[in-house]
Each structure stands twice: as structure tokens, then as C-alpha cells.
Design a binder for this molecule. Structure first.
Ligand code: HMG
Ligand code: MG
Length: 301
């Protein structure tokens, strides 16, 4: 199973849609706990407008705190941290925070793009062309998400040719990985197979990742389909926390512990550590999380 890669998105995708906003101390504690599970890549937050996403308003302080702890060797130096950025202002925050990796995010439809970042796909792409040029000069690693690759909450079923076109354009920005996102969790295994088969014509398998929200309980099946086709990089969120506020559906991410269970085995020691973080988060957020493993007698005995 070597070669598998996981990106933990709970501090960003997980918390960005929660009614209860965690304090900077609690977010720091969450990341310290996640860093102790063996996860190697963690998305810390986003440098977006606090008017749009107040949950992420302290992302810069959080990044600085975490990088300081890492410098002081209180956090494993092997872990790579990243943040999401929508525009030049976000890049400025990234550069002044000391983070070494950014994630850009685009959409397969104009309607979702406008709802999410108040601009159409082409305009946001143009902005990202400049941003990526600057980020490359500053030696930042760049990852990309492409949202609504199967279904759009505003336009319905998304034509594959649109997704393929935007993936190709994103590749030209020099990103190291593109995370194919099922934002509304509506994709089925058959559609995963059909889209990835097309994408492999244009993009090497190693440059593709999966970011599947689990609204309809199909995310694990979809991960398995992509994995059997050779995709090795998967995004997850502890406890199944998460969702984009503009996706119209209560769209939790695939639980990281379920990803590990499926791809590394039921006895992997990461699972119990992740479940204990899930229980901690349930107390902090004062709600039940969706992860099925959190209720499993096998892990709770
Ligand atoms: P806008 O209102 O068009 O932009 O928003 P603006 O330039 O007029 O700025 C509005 C205010 O925000 C100004 O403040 C700016 O300074 C400030 P004011 O002058 O009014 O006091 N501002 C910022 N502040 C901090 N950091 C920044 C920044 N930019 C502007 N970077 C904007 C445009 C893009 C800013 C806004 O739409 C936005 O922040 N959107 C964020 C949306 C978001 O975070 N969505 C969730 C993440 S994406 C997702 O979840 C999908 C994903 O998981 C994959 C999947 O599942 O599909 C990745
Ligand atoms: Mg998402």
C-alpha cells in the first residue's frame, strides 16, 4: 500500500461550515492532536474574507502558532501544512505567515464559482495565473481543488467536458496536484470511473487526488473506484466533519478514519487516534459527528 497519500482537511473544510466557531486555542489543540496520529499533510485553514467565512478569521495566527511549534520541534517536522487562498490578498497573507504551501480552488461551473468567490471561472483563473506565477517565484508548493466535478447545486449534472477542460487549464498553472471534488456528494462509482478514465488521457495519475463529500453515503465506494484505477491521494476530515457553505447541502467530508480503514486496514493504529479526536470534537462542537466508526462497538470496547 505504499504511495498512498492523505490530506487532512478538518481544520479548514471541517470547521468552515460549523455554527460553533472554535477558539484559536482549540484549533491549535486540534492540529497538535492530528499531528500525533501519523498524518503527514494537514490543511490548516483559509485566508479568505472573514465577512464570508468568519470561522476562518484567525487562520494567520493559527498558521504562525503551528509553524512556531514545528520550529521548536513540538510538532513533527515531516508534516506539511497548507492553506486555502482565493486571491492576491490571500497570497499576501500566506507569504507573511511563513507557510510553504497554498491551495487554490476553482469550480467546474460559473454559478458555483460566483456563489463561492463572487467571480466567474475565467476571472478567477486569470487571478490565479498571476498568483501562481508569484507563488512559484517564492518557492511555494501549489495544490488545486476543482469543485462540483459531477453535480452543481445551481446547474445540476456537470458535463464531463467542462471538468476535463478546467483540469487541463489548472494543470498549466504548475500545481503539483489537482483534487477532483464531489462537492455535493452526488457522484456514483460509475461516474468516477468514467471521469477518471478521461482525465488520465491528459493528466498523470500521480497528479490527481479525490475530495469526496459524503452526503449520500457513496464517498467510500467512490474512493475505492478511484483507488482501483490507480489514484493514490485522498482528502479526508476526521469524524466526517465538513462542507462548503455554498454547496446548499449538509455535506460532510469522508471521515479520515474510514479512508484509513478502507485503504490501510481495520487494525491500523491511526484509526483509534482519529476516533479519539472525533469524540473530542463532538464535545467542543456540541454535536454528533457523522463518522460510522465513532459508533462502532469494535473500537469503543
Ligand atoms: P468579494 O466581496 O467579492 O471581495 O469577495 P472584495 O475584494 O470586495 O473583499 C470583500 C472584503 O473582504 C474586503 O474587506 C476585503 O479586504 C476582504 P472590507 O474592505 O470590506 O473590510 N478580503 C479578504 N480578507 C482576508 N483575506 C482575503 C480577502 N479577500 C478579500 N483573502 C472573496 C471575494 C473571494 C474574498 C470572497 O468571496 C471569499 O472570501 N470567499 C471564500 C469562499 C470560501 O472560503 N468558500 C469555502 C472554501 S471552498 C470549498 O469549501 C470547496 C472545497 O472544499 C472543494 C469542494 O469540496 O468542492 C475546496
Ligand atoms: Mg470540500
Amino acid at each position: 500500500m505504499s504511495g498512498l497519500k492523505f490530506l487532512e482537511v478538518s481544520p479548514r473544510d471541517g470547521l468552515q461550515n460549523e455554527k460553533k466557531i472554535l477558539s484559536l486555542e482549540d484549533k491549535t489543540a486540534l492540529i497538535i492532536k492530528l499531528a500525533q496520529t501519523g498524518l503527514k499533510r494537514i490543511e490548516l485553514g483559509s485566508f479568505v474574507s472573514p465577512k464570508w467565512i468568519p470561522q476562518m478569521k484567525d487562520s494567520k495566527e493559527l498558521v504562525q502558532k503551528i509553524l512556531k511549534l514545528q520550529n521548536e520541534k513540538q510538532i513533527n517536522s515531516q508534516i506539511e501544512f497548507s492553506v486555502l487562498i482565493p486571491n492576491q490578498k490571500g497570497l499576501n497573507f500566506a507569504l507573511s505567515s511563513g507557510i510553504k504551501e497554498i491551495s487554490i480552488f476553482l469550480s467546474s461551473t460559473d454559478s458555483f464559482s460566483k456563489k463561492n468567490i463572487n467571480t466567474c471561472r475565467q476571472e478567477s483563473y486569470k487571478k490565479y495565473q498571476n498568483i501562481c506565477k508569484k507563488a512559484h517565484k517564492e518557492n511555494l508548493k501549489i495544490r488545486a481543488y476543482l469543485s462540483v466535478c459531477f453535480d452543481c447545486p445551481y446547474e445540476g449534472k456537470v458535463p464531463q467536458k467542462e471538468v476535463i477542460k478546467w483540469v487541463q487549464k489548472i494543470q498549466e498553472l504548475g500545481v503539483y496536484e489537482i483534487s477532483i471534488s464531489d462537492t455535493t456528494g452526488k457522484a456514483r462509482a460509475e461516474e468516477i470511473e468514467s471521469l477518471f478514465e478521461q482525465l488520465f488521457v491528459y493528466v498523470p495519475k500521480e497528479k490527481l487526488a479525490c475530495h469526496f463529500h459524503n452526503v449520500h453515503g457513496t464517498a467510500l465506494t467512490n474512493v475505492w473506484s478511484a483507488y482501483k484505477m490507480g489514484v493514490m491521494s485522498f482528502d479526508g476530515s476526521v469524524g466526517g466533519l465538513g462542507g462548503c457553505p455554498y454547496s446548499k447541502v449538509p455535506s460532510g467530508n469522508i471521515p479520515t478514519e474510514s479512508l484509513i480503514y478502507l485503504l490501510k486496514g481495520a487494525e491500523d493504529p491511526m484509526i483509534k487516534k482519529l476516533l479519539s479526536i472525533g469524540s473530542w470534537l463532538e464535545k467542543k462542537l456540541e454535536k454528533k459527528l457523522s463518522s460510522p466508526l465513532l459508533n462502532s462497538p469494535y473500537y469503543n470496547s
